[in-house]
Design a protein around this ligand. Structure first.
Ligand code: FES
Ligand code: FES
Length: 168
C-alpha cells in the first residue's frame, strides 16, 4: 500500500508522519501517536466514540483517512484539559454529575459537548440533547450526561472560559 507524508497539528503540537493511504484517522491517533483516549467502537460511523475536533468541528475519526487530516488542526480528548494530564471544567463536570459509568463513550461525548459549548455558551437541554444525539451510551441513560454538560456550561460561562486551550 502506498504511503503519504502528512503534516497536521494535534492538540497544539505540530506532527509530521508517513501514513499508509488507507490508515484511518482513529488508528493514526491511537496506534501511531498513542493518543488512546479516542476510542474505536463500531468503526463505521454509528457510535461516536471516535469523535475528535477537526478544525473545530466534531468528526468521526473512524470515517476519515489520516491523509484527509493533512493540514488540519485536530483536538482529541487529551487536548481538552488545561495542560497534559489535567482535566478541565467539562471533564470535571462529567465526574461530578456522574456523566459516565464505564467511560467508553465519554471521549466522544466530551468532544461533542466541547463543540457545542464553543458555539453556545449556555445551551438549552434540547440543544444539549441534539448535540450528543450522534453519540451512543449504553450505560447512563443520557440524563446525567445532559446534566454534566449543563453544569459545565454554567461554570464556564461564570468563568468566561470560551474553549479548550488547544482549540486555536
Ligand atoms: S468508532 Fe467511529 S463512530 Fe463508532
Ligand atoms: S458510560 Fe458506558 S457507554 Fe457511556
Amino acid at each position: 500500500m502506498s504511503e503519504h507524508a502528512i503534516r497536521l497539528t494535534v492538540n497544539g503540537r505540530a506532527v509530521e508522519a508517513r501514513v499508509p493511504a488507507r490508515m484511518t484517522l482513529v488508528d493514526f491517533l491511537r496506534d501511531t501517536l498513542r493518543l488512546t483516549g479516542t476510542h474505536a467502537g463500531c468503526e463505521h460511523g454509528v457510535c461516536g466514540a471516535c469523535s475528535v475536533l477537526l478544525d473545530g468541528r466534531p468528526v468521526r475519526s473512524c470515517l476519515l483517512f489520516a491523509v484527509q487530516a493533512a493540514g488540519a488542526e485536530i483536538v482529541t480528548v487529551e487536548g481538552l484539559g488545561p495542560e497534559p494530564g489535567a482535566i478541565g471544567v467539562l471533564q470535571d463536570a462529567f465526574c461530578e454529575a456522574h456523566g459516565l459509568q464505564c467511560g467508553f463513550c465519554t471521549p466522544g461525548m466530551l468532544i461533542a459537548a466541547e463543540a457545542l459549548l464553543r458555539e453556545r455558551a449556555l445551551p438549552s437541554d434540547e440543544e444539549i440533547r441534539e448535540a450528543i444525539s450522534g453519540n451512543l451510551c449504553r450505560c447512563t441513560g443520557y440524563k446525567q450526561i445532559v446534566e454534566a454538560i449543563r453544569l459545565a456550561a454554567e461554570r464556564r460561562a461564570a468563568s468566561n472560559i470560551a474553549g479548550a486551550p488547544h482549540a486555536g
